[in-house]
Write a protein that binds this ligand. Structure first.
Ligand SMILES: Nc1ncnc2c1ncn2[C@@H]1O[C@H](COP(=O)(O)OP(=O)(O)OP(=O)(O)O)[C@@H](O)[C@H]1O
Length: 204
C-alpha cells in the first residue's frame, strides 16, 4: 500500500537522508529508528507530502495519508467532544461511537481542550487519527507525554483497529510500543557528515 523508492530528503536545503527505499503492505507497520537528528521527522514529513523529496518517489492511495506531529493540533476553546466533531466534519467522517472510550476520554468529554494536561492533549490528538479514517499514517513520536496505560491504549487501537482493518503506519519512536512490526534503522542512509547549511522554519 505504501512504496518508498530512492527518497532523498532535506532540511534547511541540506540533504539529511539519501536513497531511502521500503514498502509496507496493508495491515502492517514499520518502526523508524535512529539517533536524534538523523532525519526521522524530515522523512515522515516528506512521505506525508508536507515537503517535496529532492529525489525519489512515494506512492500510496490518494487522500489516504495523515501525519501526526509533535504538536497535538487541538482547538483550545472547544471541548473534547467538539474537537472530535470538528475533525469529523472537516474530513466528512462519522464520529465512531466508541472513540471517547478507545482513547480514555469519556470523563473529559466536556472539558475545554486548553485545560487538558499534556498527556490528555496527546490522547485527544491521537483520537483524531481514529476519527478521520485515513489508511496510511505517518506518526512522529506518537507516545510523547503518555503514561504506560495510555501507551498500551494507543498501541491497542493501532494494532486491533487501524492495522487490523488494513491500515498502514510508519512510526518514528524511541520507545517499544509492544506491537509486532519490523524496524528500519535510518543511520546507514545519512546523507553526509553534519554539514553547515541554511536554516528553515521550525517544525511544530
Ligand atoms: N529549522 C531547521 N533548519 C535547518 N535544519 C534543521 C532545522 N531543524 C532541524 N534541523 C536539522 O535537520 C536534521 C534532521 O532533523 P529531524 O528533526 O528530521 O531529525 P529526527 O531524527 O526527527 O530527530 P529527533 O529524534 O531528535 O526528533 C538535524 O540535523 C537537525 O539539526
Amino acid at each position: 500500500m505504501l512504496t518508498v523508492s530512492g527518497v532523498t530528503c532535506a532540511r534547511g536545503g541540506v540533504p539529511v537522508l539519501a536513497d531511502v527505499s521500503f514498502s509496507v503492505e496493508a495491515g502492517h507497520a514499520l518502526i523508524l529508528r535512529g539517533p536524534n537528528g538523523i532525519g526521522k521527522t524530515t522523512l515522515l514529513r516528506t512521505l506525508a507530502g508536507l515537503q517535496p523529496a529532492i529525489e525519489g518517489e512515494v506512492s500510496y492511495p490518494e487522500d489516504e495519508g495523515a501525519y501526526a506531529s509533535h504538536a497535538d493540533g487541538i482547538k483550545t476553546a472547544l471541548t473534547v467532544t467538539e474537537n472530535l466533531k470538528f475533525w469529523a466534519d472537516v474530513h466528512g467522517a462519522t464520529l465512531p461511537g466508541d472513540i471517547l472510550e478507545t482513547f480514555d476520554l469519556a470523563d473529559l468529554k466536556n472539558r475545554m481542550g486548553g485545560t487538558l494536561s499534556a498527556g490528555q492533549k496527546r490522547r485527544l490528538g491521537l483520537a483524531r487519527l481514529g476519527v478521520i479514517g485515513r489508511k496510511v499514517l505517518f506518526l512522529d513520536e506518537p507516545t510523547v507525554s503518555l503514561d504506560g496505560f495510555s501507551v498500551r491504549l494507543f498501541a491497542s487501537w493501532l494494532q486491533d483497529k487501524h492495522l487490523a482493518s488494513g491500515g498502514v503506519a510508519v512510526i518514528a519512536t524511541h520507545i517499544d510500543l509492544g506491537i509486532a512490526a519490523p524496524e528500519l534503522d535510518l543511520t546507514p542512509f545519512k546523507a553526509a557528515p553534519d554539514a553547515e547549511g541554511g536554516a528553515d522554519e521550525a517544525f511544530l
